[in-house]
Design a protein around this ligand. Sequence first.
Ligand SMILES: Cc1ncc(COP(=O)(O)O)c(C=O)c1O
Length: 356
Amino acid sequence: MEVQTLPEPRAAVRAMKEYHPPLGGREGLRLDFNENTLACSPAVRAALGAITAGDLTRYPERGPAEALVAGHLALAPEQVLLTNGVDEAIHVLCQTFLDERAEVVLPVPTYSMYEVYASATGATVVPVPAARQDFAFPYAPVLAAITPRTRLIALASPNSPTGAVLGREQILTIAGRAPHAAVLADEAYFHFHGETVLDALDRYPNLVVARTFSKAYGLAGLRLGLLAAAPAMMHWLRRVISPYSVNALALACLPPALADTAFLHAYVAEVRAARAGFYAVAAELGLRTWRSEANFVLVEIGPRHREFTRAMHARGILVRDRSGDPGCEGCVRITIGTQEQMVRCHKAMRAVLAGL
Ligand SMILES: Cc1ncc(COP(=O)(O)O)c(C=O)c1O
């Protein structure tokens, strides 16, 4: 038999950590991925229904949609780059700025894909741990971690899986102290929190803001996100991104999604009310939680976190075990859905905890 040889992946790829979120089998009430748990705007469904054969045969044209988003965010069209979710945005940033000599400063715990894409370039990831006591953003340690080799600093605010936020002034100070690095302000959960640094892009040429349509807008399946930055930064990012990575269906859904602000505000208000209810139930159950400004809450379950997650699943409720994240031993992250959905979650939690 012929011996089959495989080309050897780059050393950086061989050294990467495995990250395998579930790609199937998520039946039930999905409180595990911080999605919108209800629906997108009905106007988006209508736009999908109006898709023509021509929309599908042509390569997608992202220009008009980028101009529309720019107007919505009070930016110039050249300051906005649509992406295939924020995940692609992170990938593009890493491809643009990182190589084997670069360092990436990551406050941890945080969103997993920063490390995945950064490590694939061969860059050195410099984790800066937050203290478990309150998971407050490790501001002074992040400033101290900046070196002449720093090329990317990824700041998610609100952060995942903690829900902790970082103040505007702190983000801008970090950007000012690292002019030789791209500073990503990941505002994936912006709508649940309401604070942004978008207005500072003109003053900080190294600042890049990411937003997504996967969370409050309820369009995770469409894969639609964006980067906003000064035009000089965008020049390089556009060089790296695929011109067609945002598909025609996503582009068609964008205008109605942006226009239906009533839907967005109603969903956000619903989640905030449900979040307050969740905190009350967690306190009643004697569970430690951390203050979250996003549509999820990190909860300390303790050594039986795996059994808890499994037993919740058996009751039709998916939650995410985050015990493997730095500083998160024994913790589970629970997405906040509607108040009605959370009643089911609370009921399951009571029963599961009583049986552990
Ligand atoms: C902080 C943060 N950024 C980005 C993303 C990914 O967003 P998208 O669905 O737009 O790729 C997530 C998803 O969970 C996230 O938690």
